[in-house]
Design a protein. Structure first.
Length: 398
């Protein structure tokens, strides 16, 4: 979290107030502590009650504003005297301004100092609404649909973090999963499927989002509420990786057979050095494509790569992309020898294995000969990157 400027600043404020305090990777816990710091700093008496009241009153209007894609709240949208009496810069959460409308009436307008503060207020209201009015909670949940589900990600994350293992969390997870099958579009990927293109649907992004929501709850008991994944990807090095590790932990503890439909696994820009073994569960016999692109893997990780691709789990593996990692030619050959020795893996199915841009051309020629002698044929030739120039296997000597 310290990589994100606003979260780094919040962490500094929390540490300054609470001293040495353990903060996990769940963003909800950090914001819970931060709002307490602001409330205590503003008014030390009855701060808990005032904080809950302010967040609830602001939260309803903040939720409506987010649904309408607005960042400003007008004074008529909520009833919160303590908020309206706040001096500029006093709360550290919001700021108040006075504007004059066309009828020369002075109005108060509330803006949040950061969008995440608005999202936390909306989530606080939304999460507590379940116990107060379940019907109203369901109505609010329906306002989150396929058009805005990703825009409301942090509201959902905060809400799940506040609700934890509440039945309301199950409703949220089930509702979000229903937003899966809307847009389908063609994309290019380093794990090309038939014809050089693949079809990536909205459902893939929703599956990733739902795992993030599950992680935010801290629960290991609701993994069976999630649809079986067809595709696992990590594009965001922090949220996607951490939530995937939590998901895998839940699967191990509950021994849930959830990967029978898994076809594609892809990691982009995620630090995998020393972490490869933790991915073993993802290598399922149903797996068609495995991509680990620019993941800082080095020669030391080859033994772990070999260990997670046993013969009984690679019979359908067709696309393998290890491009952009720091695998030297001997390590690449050693891994390829293992792939060629798997009795259920047709060497012709391994289409694409690439190294990073540091490999010597002469080494790549030797790799080409070594792979050819193993009978490992590549539909896409080995790619060699020399500086900014890219040459294909047939042009390796250029």
């Amino acid at each position: 979290m310290a990589c994100i400027p606003i979260l780094c600043q919040i962490m500094c404020e929390v540490f300054r107030y609470f001293g040495s305090v353990l903060i996990d990777d769940r963003v909800t816990g950090l914001y819970e502590r931060f709002t307490k710091v602001l409330a205590k700093r503003r008014d030390r008496s009855d701060w808990k009650e005032k904080l809950a009241s302010d967040l609830n009153n602001l939260g309803s209007a903040a939720f409506d504003a987010l649904i309408d894609n607005r960042s400003e709240l007008w004074d008529l949208e909520f009833d919160c005297e303590s908020v309206l009496k706040t001096e500029p810069g006093e709360s550290g959460f919001i700021q108040l301004d006075s504007v004059t409308n066309s009828d020369f009436e002075e109005r108060k307008i509330v803006t949040f100092l950061h969008k995440s503060f608005q999202e936390y207020s909306a989530a606080y209201y939304f999460a507590h609404l379940y116990d107060e009015n379940k019907e109203k909670f369901s109505e609010r949940l329906k306002q989150i649909n396929s058009d805005n589900v990703f825009a409301m990600e942090y509201v959902l994350r905060f809400a799940c973090g506040l609700l934890k293992e509440s039945p309301a969390t199950e409703e949220i997870l089930e509702h979000v999963q229903k937003q899966q099958t809307i847009q389908v579009h063609d994309v290019n990927s380093c794990w090309h499927l038939e014809g050089g293109n693949c079809r990536e649907s909205r459902s893939l992004e929703v599956q990733t989002l739902v795992r993030v929501l599950l992680f935010e709850t801290g629960s290991t008991k609701m993994v069976d509420k999630l649809d079986r994944p067809t595709y696992v990807q990590c594009r965001r090095p922090q949220e996607d990786w951490i939530s995937l590790q939590h998901y895998l932990k839940c699967v191990r503890e509950l021994q849930c057979p959830v990967f029978s439909m898994l076809r594609c696994v892809a990691f982009y820009g995620t630090y995998l050095h020393g972490r490869v073994k933790s991915l073993a569960l993802l290598v399922h016999p149903s797996l068609y494509s495995f991509t680990a692109h620019v993941n800082d893997m080095v020669d030391d990780d080859v033994d772990d790569l070999i260990s997670i691709f046993p013969p009984e789990r690679t019979r359908d593996l067709t696309v393998l992309d290890l491009s952009g990692n720091y695998l030297n030619a001997p390590a690449l050959v050693r891994f390829s020898v293992h792939l060629g020795s798997l009795p259920k893996l047709d060497p012709d199915k391994i289409r694409y294995v690439s190294t990073g841009d540091y490999v010597d051309v002469n080494e790549m020629v030797s790799v080409g000969f070594a792979l050819g002698s193993l009978g490992i044929l590549f539909e896409s030739p080995i790619r060699v990157v020399i500086g900014a120039e890219t040459s294909q296997g047939a042009q390796v000597g250029q």
